[in-house]
Design a protein around this ligand. Structure first.
Ligand code: UT7
Length: 336
């Protein structure tokens, strides 16, 4: 049976390191508050004077993943780019990055599922592979949040958590069994869209940028009802984990490592406690990168493999995420 196998991974963060102490200088926050409430110590933001978009970060991560797989860009027959912070309104980052890779006809699509973008992307890659539409897929999650954040005290709950970065996977359809992407469970509930959103520019308005509205209007920045998302994550992530385990027909004891979306260390710790998972079964790197939304799981997976925490033949990883939309999901992957 054809299964989706990860052949290579890559990651990239811009060089501009921003510590919690740096943020103390621009808004009313403290290193202590950020670390206690989120686990974040630092993040990377693109340099304000640079011209770097999500597709540029994705391009760097993609080159690494291609090298690791031993592929060239020409080997790809499909590209999926997950982002909530595209370089421009349209066309999407998939097309822009494909051009940077030197391609001029490989199909490319963008996924707009925010923190769950990687899970939707992996499931989409798997569907293309299983239906024979593609054999070698590049899946990238890339974000540049920093140029769109409210860097005043008004936006501090969101601004301190988001970081820029990218992660990439090369995925190949291989005739094998009992490994590869074992199962995915995906959900969305747009009734809670306003729990985390950036409202403007908005095509539903007569003028996307309403005339006379100052550019520092809060609707131009991401706004979040953090406590309500936190509660939903703690309730829904264990639930969707049980769902995906049932779909795959395996037990939680067969999961060797959980690589969750890195939104808040406390969310992932509460998730682990609820499922009675040993602490060392959950991978964290939020302290270094903050929340990089669609990039967070592929970036974390790349590091987990680099550190030898996963990646050996037969090892099983669980990916889980919840974010804006609301969207949430889980997937199970077993290494070939
Ligand atoms: O990945 C996308 C999905 N997003 C998430 O999963 C985020 C989920 N939510 C969270 O991670 C947390 O809700 C936050 C980290 C965003 C906030 O932590 P919290 O413990 O829920 O704090 P809170 O929003 O209830 O605010 C507590 C206090 C408030 O002050 P008062 O009203 O108690 O005086 C806030 O104004 O903390 C204040 N506050 C801050 N103080 C210092 C909020 N942000 C900051 C800040 N620095 N950056």
């Amino acid at each position: 049976m054809i299964k989706s196998i990860i052949r290579g991974t890559g990651k990239f963060v811009p060089p501009n390191l921003v510590t919690n102490k740096d943020l103390e200088k621009i808004l009313d926050t403290s290193d202590e508050w950020i670390q206690q409430r989120t686990g974040i110590k630092q993040r990377y933001w693109v340099s304000p004077e640079g011209v770097t978009g999500a597709s540029d970060l994705g391009f760097e991560a993609a080159k690494q993943a291609l090298d690791a797989a031993g592929w060239t860009a020409e080997d790809l027959d499909f590209i999926i780019f997950a982002t909530l912070s595209p370089d421009i309104m349209f066309p999407g980052c998939g097309c822009l990055m494909a051009a940077k890779l030197g391609l001029n006809s490989t199909p490319a699509l963008d996924i707009r599922q925010q923190c769950t973008g990687f899970l939707y992307g992996f499931a989409t890659a798997d569907a293309y592979i299983k239906t024979g539409l593609a054999k070698k897929v590049l899946l990238v999650g890339g974000e540049v949040h920093s140029s769109g954040l409210d860097k005043s005290t008004r936006g501090r709950d969101v601004t301190v958590i988001f970081g820029d970065g990218a992660g990439a996977l090369c995925i190949e359809g291989v005739d094998t069994k009992d490994c590869g992407l074992l199962a995915s469970a995906l959900h969305a509930d747009g009734n809670y869209a306003d729990s985390l959103m950036t409202e403007l520019p908005a095509s539903r308005l007569p003028h996307r940028n309403p005339p006379g509205l100052p550019l520092d209007d809060p609707r131009y920045f991401p706004v979040m009802d953090g406590p309500s998302i936190f509660k939903k994550a703690v309730r829904l992530l264990p639930k969707v984990t049980k769902e995906v385990l049932e779909k795959a027909g395996i037990g939680l004891d067969e999961v060797d490592l959980v690589v969750p979306h890195q939104a808040n260390k406390r969310i992932n710790q509460a998730f682990g406690q609820f499922l009675k998972l040993p602490e060392d079964k959950i991978f964290h790197n939020i302290e270094k990168y903050g929340n990089t939304t669609a990039a967070s799981i592929p970036l974390a997976l790349h590091e987990a493999i680099e550190q030898g925490r996963t990646g050996k033949s037969g090892e099983t990883v669980l990916f889980v995420a919840l974010g804006a939309g609301l969207t949430w999901g889980a997937s199970l992957y077993r290494f070939l």
